[in-house]
Design a protein around this ligand. Structure first.
Ligand code: PLP
Length: 401
């Protein structure tokens, strides 16, 4: 534990938890059989819909993101069903693996570790599927390992153009509450998220939003395991049905406060705009640092960059040196490279990530960027100059502090 100021975990989840969220969880156990916990739980639903810009139903699970992955598949697909997975990094593979264990047949279109989806390839794969076997397309809105963001609206237009009936299942665990996302307008049939990233609450809750098409798939299923079934959880007659058992008492208070901050005290569009502005400051700094060629952002095309996380590399193990320096000297923890090389391969030490989802502001991001700038100097890692100046100029144009 640091004696020298507040430590800062700038990894892509769990994110910084607001003091107010923590404080609202610090209380004696509430009664789960009556009283305010029931009202507060019910009050979460419309705000969870607002965050996702949807009128779809939402089921809440006491689980991390992997639980929501499983819930999505368990409610909609049968063993032997086919899905198409669009991989822009590690995370689509994670979801596909869970589906595979449930007997679903997976076809993966792998777009590598630093490119967006190739919509023509997606179109080709769907057109080849003349028997219309693909029931769903699994895709991460933001892949947290590569920091690539997928244009889900474009994906919907593509599917509609060729009149393929596949549903879109989007993983917004990294992006929700950070990047613009409009479930209904974009025609997303099912979306999953978890509370520990943009939703600023300690890990432990995850969510599945599903529209009427996804519900039709649920209705056709003969069996859904009792715990994962979204029907009782989202059509509650008795309070215990929300969670299929004991409620996550303190998380309910924490999430209530986080949602107050995200959609009651702010407009969600302003939250997206703040993250966009802060992301642009980060990119401006990298543009300067990267000029001698030792440091690189993973995603070249700005349109494909997430506003929640930035993946980058520094040659010759420089990323690991940077992380170690920042942690040791400034209590700043940067994210490790994930899925960019095998864990045993020394190349993994070339990769790092900055998490910038959730409860962050310019003061914090400038702290992260400046600390990195100091570390690059202290470590003699070749880097271009004026990164902080460039970041502050970018913020001065757009950001209201
Ligand atoms: C964090 C993350 C997950 C995994 O969530 P867990 O809570 O660790 O299970 C899945 N998908 C994406 C896009 C993520 O960012």
């Amino acid at each position: 534990m640091s004696q020298k100021g507040r430590p800062y975990l700038a990894i892509p989840g769990p994110s910084v938890i607001p003091e107010r969220v923590l404080a609202s969880m610090h209380r004696p156990s509430p009664d789960i059989y009556k009283g305010e916990l029931h009202d507060i739980t019910a009050s979460l639903i419309p705000d969870l819909q607002t965050v996702a810009q949807t009128e779809s139903k939402v089921a809440i699970y006491i689980a991390n993101g992997h639980g929501a992955w499983e819930a999505a598949i368990a409610n909609t697909l049968n063993p032997g069903d086919h899905v198409l997975t669009l991989a822009t990094g590690r995370f689509a593979f994670g979801w596909a693996e869970i589906a595979e264990k449930l007997g679903v047949k997976i076809t993966v279109l792998d777009f590598g570790k630093s490119a967006g989806i190739d919509i023509e390839k997606v179109e080709e794969a769907l057109e080849k599927d003349t028997a219309k076997q693909f029931k769903a397309i699994l895709v991460a809105h933001t892949d947290t390992s590569t920091s690539i963001r997928t244009d889900l609206k474009e994906l919907r237009l593509c599917i509609d153009k060729i009149a393929h009936p596949a549903m879109i299942f989007a993983d917004c665990i990294a992006s929700l509450g950070t990047d613009c996302f409009k479930m209904d307008e974009w025609g997303i049939d099912l979306m999953i998220s978890a509370c520990q990233k943009g939703l600023m609450t300690p890990p432990g809750l995850s969510f599945v939003w599903y529209n009427t098409r996804a519900q039709q798939a649920r209705s056709k299923k003969e069996n859904v395991s009792m715990y994962w079934d979204w029907e009782p959880r989202s059509n509650v007659k008795r309070f215990y049905q929300y969670f299929s058992g004991t409620a996550p008492t303190h998380h309910i208070y924490g999430l209530r406060t986080a949602l107050d901050m995200l959609v009651k005290e702010q407009n969600i569009a302003d939250v997206w705009a703040r993250h966009k502005n802060l992301s642009q400051a980060i990119w401006a700094a990298f543009d300067c640092w990267s000029s001698p060629g030792h440091i690189q952002m993973n995603v070249k095309d700005k349109q494909l960059r997430s506003h929640a996380v930035t993946a980058a590399s520094i040659k010759s193990g420089g990323a690991k040196k940077l992380q170690d320096w920042c942690e040791r000297n400034s209590d700043l923890t940067l994210g490790i490279g994930l899925g960019m090389a095998e864990q045993e391969d020394p190349k993994i030490h070339d990769f790092f990530r900055i998490g910038h989802m959730g409860h962050i502001n310019a003061t914090m991001i400038l702290g992260v960027l400046s600390t990195i700038d100091v570390a690059l100097k202290a470590l003699n890692i070749p880097h271009g100059q004026n990164a902080i100046d460039s970041a502050t100029h970018t913020l001065a144009k757009t950001y209201k502090i």
